[in-house]
Design a protein around this ligand. Structure first.
Ligand code: SAH
Ligand code: SF4
Length: 339
């Protein structure tokens, strides 16, 4: 698909989009059958040194208590029966760059691998780090890394971040992660203020160009304690959700064998958001295992308390999909390239 075609697809109305979704589902089925893979998500710290204008845990938001789970808490969640059934644990945090942080993560990963007898894939999502740190974590057995580009378009990126945040470094980090042999995930937010349809299309082409193995994609959700909140009108909920579904479908057609994960933000706008995304071409679901006490304070965006602990596995089964328990669910894109 060329830019023009992606733009056309992203602009489809509800009636015509059905054909796009059906095509994406057919491609997904061809590569992944009816399987939906699971990832356990542990948001282990909301301490962040960055100030992204859209994010509720940015360092300048002084109204939230900061936490960091202890190694014991992380290991307990990562080796819980549900995490083992997911066969995957994603550890996510704000961005912290210092040797202590790097060493502690390395130690935690080692302990998780030991406690679970290597029965889980470990995925890290801790922002930009040096090549040395990424290498250290890889050597500890981390399998995948998730670093969303947020927006690959310089003009938009600079509207969403302070001047000292570098899109170039983020892109370079993705290259380094690939070079080190990680399964690399990236991703974006859809429906951001200032974002055009062309920006979205360019991001999808960026993922193709950077040859990523997985993608986390979801709607932008506002947070009143962030600078972006009052800066410009926020697109309607309906637009953000619907466009994110079309973006997922386009990406499935563009990169048929990657893993596509609806972002947690889908459910903040619609209780059935993630489920709908699975019917548009996504094939992976995150289950949040962050202890509830801390999870309250990992608010990247606004959401209701009632949305915290929902387990959607029953609803997935109702859709006729098959949940791939105890399955690493590596991206076929990665497996093919590395065999
Ligand atoms: N600090 C790391 C990982 C945690 S943030 C990093 O930034 O890479 C994880 C993701 O949350 C971000 O990549 C971003 O895409 C998403 N996010 C942050 N604020 C958001 C918002 N207001 N709406 C939707 N997603 C948001
Ligand atoms: Fe920090 Fe990530 Fe939020 Fe940016 S998006 S402020 S790096 S947690």
């Amino acid at each position: 698909m060329k830019l023009e075609q992606i733009l056309e697809n992203l602009s489809l109305d509800a009636g015509n989009a059905k054909t796009l979704f059906a095509k994406a589902m057919a491609v997904k089925k061809q590569f992944y059958g009816d399987k939906i893979y699971l990832r356990a998500l542990i948001e282990f710290s909301n301490i962040c040194s960055k100030d992204c204008y859209y994010c509720g845990i940015r360092k300048s938001n002084l109204s939230i208590p900061r936490y960091r789970l202890t190694q014991e808490q992380i290991i307990e969640a990562a080796s819980s029966p549900l995490a083992l059934r997911c066969a995957n644990v994603t550890l996510q945090s704000g961005e912290v760059e210092n040797p202590n942080f790097a060493d502690e993560i390395a130690k935690t990963v080692r302990e998780i691998k030991r406690a679970t007898q290597n029965k889980v894939r470990v995925i890290l999502s801790c922002g930009e780090q040096t090549r040395e740190v990424y290498k250290l974590w890889k050597e500890e057995g981390v399998n995948r890394y998730l670093l969303k580009i947020e927006s690959s378009v310089p003009k938009l990126y600079s509207k969403l971040h302070p001047e000292n945040h570098s899109l170039q470094r983020r892109k370079e980090s993705l290259v380094i992660l690939k070079e080190l042999g990680y399964q690399v995930g990236s991703g974006m937010m859809v429906g951001l203020p200032f974002q055009t349809t062309e920006d979205i299309a360019k991001d999808l082409l960026f993922f193709k160009e950077y040859n990523i193995d997985m993608c986390g994609l979801g709607p932008y959700v506002e947070h009143s304690d962030t600078p972006l909140y009052n800066l410009k009108e926020i697109p309607s909920k309906e637009y953000r959700l619907f466009t994110s579904y079309k973006a997922i479908a386009c990406l499935r057609l563009l990169m048929p064998d990657i893993n596509i994960v609806p972002a947690t933000s889908h459910d903040a706008l619609d209780p059935k958001g993630k489920l709908t995304a699975l019917m548009c071409g996504a094939n992976v679901v995150m289950l949040n295992l962050t202890p509830p006490e801390e999870r309250k304070h990992y608010k990247l965006y606004q959401r209701e308390q009632s949305q915290l602990d929902k387990d959607i596995t029953a609803q997935i089964t109702e859709l006729g999909a098959e949940i791939a328990y105890n399955d690493f669910g590596d991206a076929l894109h990665f497996t093919k390239e590395n065999n």
